[in-house]
Structures are given as C-alpha cells and as structure tokens.
Design a protein around this ligand. Structure first.
Ligand code: GLN
Length: 389
C-alpha cells in the first residue's frame, strides 16, 4: 500500500493487519468472526447477535448496494466493526438511500478495507475466533503494543451476557408483515386463515425480519424486554411464546432468561426459539451449550432436517452450539448442521416446544419458506381449539 495505512487490526497473538479505514474513527475490542454471505452486509451489520464482534466479509464486493432503511434488522449497526478486501464501492442500486461508509460513521462503527481477507479467514479458522483490537485513525498513528495488550486482556464472549444490553427497555407491539416485491412491508397478517394469535416475543436482540415472519402468520406480537418474568409474560395471556436471537453466551443468561423459560415450560404453552432462543431453551430443558471454534456465519449453511431427511440451505450466525450429547430424555434433535454435525434444532416429545439455530425464513425455498413459523401458528391453533372445548 503506497498510502500510509489509516486502519489497523491486531490479533491477540500479535498478528497485525494494516488497511484503509472508513466509517467511524477510534478503537474497538471484540471477537473476530468471518461471514461468507454474498449479499446482506447491511442485515449482518444490524443483526444484534453480532454485538461485540467484528465481521470479516469473505465476499469482496461490499458496499455496492448502498444502504436502505428497509433492510435494517435494528435501528443502528450493532456489529462492532467490519473488515473487507476491497474499499467499499459506490452504491449502484435503485433502492440505495445512502452509502456504507457514511452510515457506519453515523452509527459509530469502524470499517477497514484493503485486507487480505483470505489470510485473515485462515487465521480465524486455525486459531478459533480471535480477540482483536480494530482501530481507525486518519493520521495513521497506532499504538500497536498497547493494542496487542488490550486484545490479550479482553475476557471474550464466554460468560458474557450481552442480551440484556441490546434488548428493548419497554414492551411494544409489532404488527408489520414481511416485504413483498413492489409492495414493501405488509400491514399483517390474517391472509393465512388463522384468527390472530397473541404471541409474546422475548427480545434478547430480536431481528425485525423474525418479528415480521411471526406477524405474517397472524400473530399479534407483544415484544417484552429480556428481563421480563414468567408472570409478566403470562399476564398477556399469550397463545404462544417466542424466544428471539441475540448476542453473547447463552449460559450467561442463567440468572434470568433460563429460569424464566423453565417456568414457562411448566405451562401447556407453545414455545418457539431461534438462535440464542434455541440455545437458552435447550439450557432450560437441562442440556448444555459449548463455544464453537469459529462458529457458523453465512447464508449457505446446509442443515439436515433429521425427521424428513431433507437438506436446507440456511442463513446462520452463531458462535455457540447446543451439545447434542447433553440432550435429556424426551428432547429430540430435529436439525443438524452438515458443516460439522452440530445440533441445529430440537423439540420436546409430545409438547409444542421447539427451536432452531438458523433463520427458518431463509431455509427451504420460497414456496415453503415460513414452515417453522407456520408450525408454531398451528400449535397455537390446536391449543385454542382445545381450550374452546
Ligand atoms: N444468532 C444468534 O442468536 C447467536 C446466538 C449466540 N449469541 C451465539 O453466538 O451462538
């Protein structure tokens, strides 16, 4: 690089990468992961499950579709920073409302271009997701020794509870449906012939598209903060409870979310969890979660539905996994990752309680794309019918 580098990434083992900074200036300490998706950088950067993680994009062409408010999964970027091979290109898309570097700067997130992202990805695979410090300084002054020390001192994601930080502070209603070509977001929701269900969604860092997928099934969704008690959940008299995705170590929510879910399990209540929600449900059922080497982060992750034998291409973002060996009797593994055989879904025998690690709206193809959300709606209908007598 002829110009003086304006960004610097330091791994805890002392490896240093220099590049060109964009977005916000300053410094951040985080875990480094790589994401292999070819599209969706804005959705990735605004996915609250990426809190305290810097994302390396293995796909080099980033920035080309600009930024579109409709694509936000949260009001602001949540991932701690982004690393790309090429400097972001000018937006060239009819939906673009702004460009990536400006948006990152406004959201206080650091970007770094001009990095050999293959080499970096190899380092992540070999070391396991490393602890890093990422800095952007237009004058190119970096205290590299201090950065290495700060990366080494960082305790990491194991044991770190971030769900309560990204959760909403107050409850609210969610009524927006999914996006349709030429129509935008639907108002919701009763196109599927169900009476509107009352769903309580626990927000551990929920992505908007997951709430939209619930609304699309005829659910009137009340979103409650992560700290909500079982009593508060049940006070809404829900037909079913949804446990959202979210950042951090699932086992670190043991002081509030896991015992709350355990209380709900004692009720005859359909429960559906996704991502962090899947992991916490498994913990509440008595299973264990483990930290993965470098996790699953991308949009082409093959998952096998164990019951039908069908393989789906899914969108994934997780660094922890449910340990299949630890599932108690009566808890059945329903989905496994074909990348490394890890658990991606469970259900409880004889109960409408189930969860998946991936995002089911991205799973089995357009004609069938909301199948798990539909299964949740069907379970709520069965419960309603039973209550009606
Ligand atoms: N997408 C998610 O909800 C991520 C769950 C959890 N924080 C993990 O890294 O495994």
């Amino acid at each position: 690089m002829a110009d003086r580098p304006t960004a610097c990434l330091v791994l805890a083992d002392g490896t240093i990468f220099y590049g060109k900074g964009f977005g916000a200036t300053g410094e951040v300490v985080a875990e480094l992961v790589f994401n292999t998706a070819m599209t969706g950088y804005q959705e990735i950067m605004t996915d609250p499950s990426y809190a305290s993680q810097v994302v390396t994009f293995t796909f080099p062409h980033i920035g080309n579709t600009g930024i579109t408010t409709e694509d936000d999964e949260a009001p602001e970027p949540v991932a701690a920073g982004m690393i790309v091979k090429w400097d972001p290109t000018e937006p060239s898309n009819w939906r673009a409302m702004g460009d990536l570097p400006d948006w990152l700067a406004k959201g206080g997130r650091i970007g770094m271009g001009g990095v050999d992202s293959r080499r970096l990805t190899r380092a992540i695979r070999l070391q396991g997701a490393p602890h890093v410090v990422l800095a952007h300084d237009p004058d190119g002054n970096f205290d590299v020794a201090g950065m290495v020390a700060r990366a080494r001192d960082w305790k990491g994601l194991v044991g770190l509870d971030l769900a309560k930080d990204v959760s909403c502070r107050q409850s609210y209603q969610w009524r927006q449906g999914t996006w349709e070509w030429g129509e935008g977001f639907g108002e919701t929701a009763d196109e599927h012939g169900h009476a509107p269900f009352k769903v309580v969604a626990l927000d551990y860092g929920a992505k908007r598209n997951i709430l939209r997928s619930l609304a699309e099934q005829g659910a009137d969704v009340t979103v409650l903060p992560a700290s909500a008690t079982a009593e508060e959940v049940l006070a809404h008299q829900p037909d079913g409870v949804f446990l959202s995705n979210g950042p951090g170590d699932p086992a670190a929510t043991g002081a509030y979310a896991v015992p709350m879910i355990r209380e709900l399990l004692d009720r005859d209540m359909p429960i559906f969890g996704i991502c962090l929600g899947h992991q916490m449900l498994a913990l509440a059922l008595g299973a264990k979660t483990v930290k993965m080497n470098h996790g699953h982060h991308g949009a082409n992750h093959p998952v096998k539905d164990v019951e039908s034998g069908r393989v789906m291409i899914t969108s994934m973002n997780h660094g922890f996994a449910v340990d299949s060996q630890s599932l108690p009797v009566g808890v059945v593994e329903t989905h496994v990752s074909l990348f490394d055989g890890s658990n991606c879904g469970i259900r409880v025998d004889g109960k409408p309680v189930f969860s998946v690690q991936h995002h089911p709206e991205a799973s089995p193809g357009p004609q069938d794309s909301l199948y798990l959300f539909r299964r949740f709606a069907d379970a709520m209908q069965v419960r309603r019918d039973a209550q009606a007598g």
